[in-house]
Design a protein around this ligand. Structure first.
Ligand code: PEP
Length: 254
């Protein structure tokens, strides 16, 4: 195991797959990587398929996560889903603050922080996403933006809780575009994120997994995942094909 951090590869299926397609994909993922223990693996289907996918993956090492949650425990929030409801299905993870939610659904750092708090309180592992847009990168604001999202989202997280959380650095310009950050570009930001965690929380920063996300594919996974501060991947498009997803998982196993 490299870097004393177990690599973690998660598939974000976004708003894809009917129930039967989700079941078929989960079975395929189980067959390819279900017994692997050196890499932590999870898939994150739509809410509608969570129970079925949990059922398919129950006896395997592959975990299941949701793509979003509400920050309140219960109440009159039509259309929303609470952390307890997700955990009750047998899920272990929840993606929080994905750039699509920030850009298309108006999620703010304060909202992300509330959801991270709710996930930790509800015993789910938050996968908190941060990343800059192309415009922000070109304006030389990458670190300012990414570290601002990091500080904002972790506002209520204590040093003791930090290692229970997973971060995903996902440059917005690389998500679903086929453009990937180079190994060096990605590592530079991951390193800066870890430095910030160290400044604020000390040595526990070295236990925090930071995934890279943004057009990760079998052919670029090895280079990215081999970087000292990259501890796995959050995979969108390539996670919809079990063979491609499995190849990325195996690339993390190096
Ligand atoms: C994502 O949705 O988090 C993602 C990284 O997507 P893609 O791999 O398709 O760029």
């Amino acid at each position: 195991m490299k870097k004393n951090r177990k690599p973690f590869v998660a598939g974000n299926w976004k708003m894809h797959n009917t129930l039967s397609a989700a079941r078929t994909l989960a079975i395929d993922v189980r067959e390819r990587v279900g017994s692997l223990t050196e890499v932590e693996v999870a898939v994150c289907p739509s809410f509608t398929a969570l129970a079925t996918v949990v059922d398919v993956l129950r006896s395997s090492a592959v975990g299941v996560g949701a793509q979003n949650c509400h920050h309140e425990a219960k109440g009159a929030f039509t259309g929303e889903v609470a952390v307890d409801q997700i955990a009750d299905l047998g899920c272990r993870y929840v993606i929080i603050g994905h750039s699509e939610r920030r850009q298309l659904f108006g999620e703010t750092d304060a909202g992300v922080a509330r959801k991270v708090r709710a996930a930790l309180d509800g015993k789910l592992t938050p996968i908190m996403c941060i990343g800059e847009t192309l415009q922000e990168r070109e304006a030389g604001r990458t670190f300012e933006v990414v570290l601002g999202q990091l500080d904002g989202g972790l506002a209520s997280v204590t040093s003791d809780e930090l290692s229970r959380l997973v971060l995903a650095y996902e440059p917005v310009w690389a998500i679903g575009t086929g453009k990937t950050a180079s190994d060096e570009q990605a590592e530079e930001v991951h390193d800066r994120i870890r430095q910030r965690l160290r400044e604020k929380h000390g040595a526990v920063a070295d236990a925090v997994r930071i995934q890279y996300g943004g057009s990760v594919k079998p052919d670029n996974a090895k280079g990215l995942l081999g970087q000292p501060n990259i501890d796995g991947a959050l995979v969108g498009g390539a996670s919809l094909k079990a063979d491609a997803f499995a190849a990325i998982v195996l690339a993390a196993h190096q």
